[in-house]
Design a protein around this ligand. Sequence first.
Ligand SMILES: [Zn+2]
Length: 156
Amino acid sequence: MRVCKGCKLELGDRSFPKHSYSGTVRRRWFCRDCHNTRLRNSLKWRVTSILKQARRRAIAKNLPFTISRDWVKYRIENGVCELSGVEFVLSGTKKHPEPRAPSIERIDAHLGYTEENCRIIALCLNHLFNAWGEARSLEVVLRYVKERNATLADSS
Ligand SMILES: [Zn+2]
């Protein structure tokens, strides 16, 4: 039995993943669930994951793919959504996607996944633009924000 450093629960040894360190096998201080969550929320995992998805899309669409790992990492680590200025949140999962998660967007949908044609934006906006394109989404979004602000001003 040991106490997980994440959730503070006392769990059996088997609930802690093993890792091999200088030849001797040890168990981690975070339980399986906490370990996986920490891994998924890490910058390294996020960069690998969105690059892998983008590369898969590039292959499927037969488009060039030349984005480097460092390019993506730098933008997530030091930047915010290039369109909204929203700060990136790395805690989303496949089941429960995070709208502020960083995602790779192609500026010109006809061109490939190159550093010149891509930007890192909030997943929420990327989904919207994927469905209708930035220009067509914009009219509705702007009207919505205007209406919403008016409603908020009225109620205060
Ligand atoms: Zn735990």
